[in-house]
Design a protein around this ligand. Structure first.
Ligand SMILES: Nc1ncnc2c1ncn2[C@@H]1O[C@H](COP(=O)(O)OP(=O)(O)O)[C@@H](O)[C@H]1O
Ligand SMILES: [Mg+2]
Length: 479
């Protein structure tokens, strides 16, 4: 019988020789492979070229082999540009499809714990009736097995427990107890670290693990591991970005501290005045009940006003993860603009708010979008506080741009922005202010883009600046 990559051609026991992707003889030590971490795209490309039918099936182009190659192509291609929230599902699905195709009883994709002693199972596939792996494979339980993998050795056995070396006492016991008849474990490297392992085991029969199969499963395993690394890096970057966004918001509110104090102080003063008036009314000989009722009504309304300001500020300072929910853009803009009436009065700037009554609902994070409006409005106030600004007018305008988008325009009568700088102002750390951070517009752009929108400026030197924010309208749920 001709041996084929999917048919047994090795009576192997670890360590044994595995052909590397580059074709040279290679001992099973993945850890010694060294070299730079490969990008996912490189791996996918490499996998695609290694998985050509020519490479795999020189002698025996059987149907199931062709199907296996096309399954590998399919799994590999799935991971190119796969959104990070789908990565876990696709690894689980990949293990299942490989397991079913290769008639494997249990497979897993695991990662070493931080101290490198234990292996944490991230995904596990089991055939019907087979118990899954425990979530953590502790070093103490299978020390010989864990040690081999930790040192980057591929562990493969076609006949268990017979092929186990004498020192693998716990492993022999485990195989007998769990009926494991064959096993393959491939340590995996991603981002330069040997930190993952993909395993396959059979319980209902003995199974060979030929080099060509190991090589293919190894590539798929490294594609899984690289995807996990990419997911974590993107989540970390997202966290840092959220943190920076919040810090700039705190900074923005710091700039508004005086205005906020004024906003809260006003209703508090009115409450005190009304309370005193109420006392006077009650001490009169014939107290007018209606007047007392009105005074109490005013006191309640002012308390609500003060409370509203506090609630708004507190929510802007909260460390919440951004959440896109349906929102009334007009209400959100009105709330944000209410915070700048105080500072604009101080700077002699008149403010006009034009909100189209037909503004549709949009899907977005209220606090983040208010941050964008506040930043644009405060930049405009800053621009107009220079002594040479004679006319000082700020306009905030929002209307439907088309059926599926709304547009907000924040325009001022300040000095404007040189056309050569109109892209640069959105770059991180671009500022012309002595105490500016230069991150407001960069963050605003990333917020708007994360909402599927765009932001740009139109301006002529000496004729003010107009910042445009275009946002998509929330799609109506199908009836
Ligand atoms: N309305 C405006 N008019 C003129 N220049 C502006 C305006 N808005 C922003 N800019 C310019 O863009 C720069 C970057 O703004 P921003 O990213 O908010 O950072 P910062 O306000 O800390 O400087 C400002 O320093 C200013 O030079
Ligand atoms: Mg700014």
């Amino acid at each position: 019988m001709t041996s084929s990559p999917l048919q047994p051609d090795l009576q192997s026991n670890a360590p044994s020789a595995v052909k590397t992707r580059k074709g040279e003889e290679h001992c099973c030590r993945v850890a010694d492979e060294g070299g730079d971490a490969q990008s996912l795209d490189d791996l996918v490309q490499e996998a695609s070229s290694a998985l050509t039918v020519e490479n795999c099936l020189p002698d025996d182009p059987r149907d199931d082999q062709l199907q296996f190659e096309s399954l590998l192509f399919e799994l590999t291609a799935k991971f190119v540009n796969l959104p990070i929230h789908e990565i876990d599902d696709q690894i689980g699905e990949g293990l299942r499809r490989l397991g079913e195709f290769l008639d494997i009883d249990r497979s897993s994709f695991a990662e070493f714990s931080e101290d490198k002693r234990d292996m944490v199972v991230l995904h596990c596939y089991t055939a019907p009736g087979i118990a899954p792996f425990p979530r953590v494979i502790v070093d103490g339980k299978l020390p010989w097995y864990a040690g081999k993998i930790r040192h980057g050795e591929i562990v493969r056995f076609s006949r268990l427990p017979d092929q186990l070396p004498e020192e693998a006492i716990a492993e022999r016991e485990y195989c007998l107890q769990n009926g494991v008849k064959s096993n393959l474990a491939i340590p995996l490297r991603a981002a330069g670290t040997l930190n993952w392992v993909i395993t396959f085991a059979t319980m209902h029969k003995h199974r060979e693990w030929p080099d060509a199969l190991v090589q293919r499963l190894w590539l798929i395993g490294e594609i899984f591991a690289n995807a996990v690394v990419r997911k974590r890096a993107e989540l970390k970057a997202q966290q840092l970005h959220d943190h920076l966004t919040r810090m700039t918001r705190v900074n923005l509110l710091g700039e508004l501290a005086a205005a906020i104090a004024h906003e809260v102080n006003q209703p508090l003063c009115a409450i005190v005045t009304n309370a005193q008036a109420g006392q006077r009314l009650l001490s009169a000989e014939h107290a007018n009940v209606n007047e007392v009722r009105e005074t109490l009504h005013d006191i309640a309304a002012d308390s609500r006003r003060a409370n509203d300001v506090i609630v708004r500020i507190r929510s802007m300072l909260q460390n919440q993860t951004p959440e896109h929910a349906p929102l009334h853009l007009g209400d959100a803009i009105r709330e944000a603009v209410s915070l700048i009436y105080g500072p604009s009065l101080q700077k002699g700037v008149s403010v006009a708010l034009h909100l189209s009554p037909q503004l549709p609902m949009i899907l977005g994070d209220r606090i983040q979008l208010q941050q964008v409006i506040l930043n644009l409005a405060l930049n405009a106030l800053d621009a107009m506080s220079q002594p040479e600004s004679e006319t000082r007018h700020l306009s905030i305008h929002a209307e439907c741009a088309s059926d599926d988008s709304v547009i907000i325009v924040v325009s001022d009568t300040g000095p404007g922005i040189d056309c050569k700088l109109q892209d640069e102002v959105f770059e991180t750390f671009f500022t012309t202010k002595p105490t500016g951070l230069g991150v407001g517009l960069a963050i605003s752009r990333s917020i708007v883009e994360s909402h599927g929108g765009s932001i740009w400026v139109e301006s002529e030197l000496g004729r003010g600046a107009a910042f445009y924010v275009k946002l998509p309208v929330a799609k109506k749920a199908p009836a």
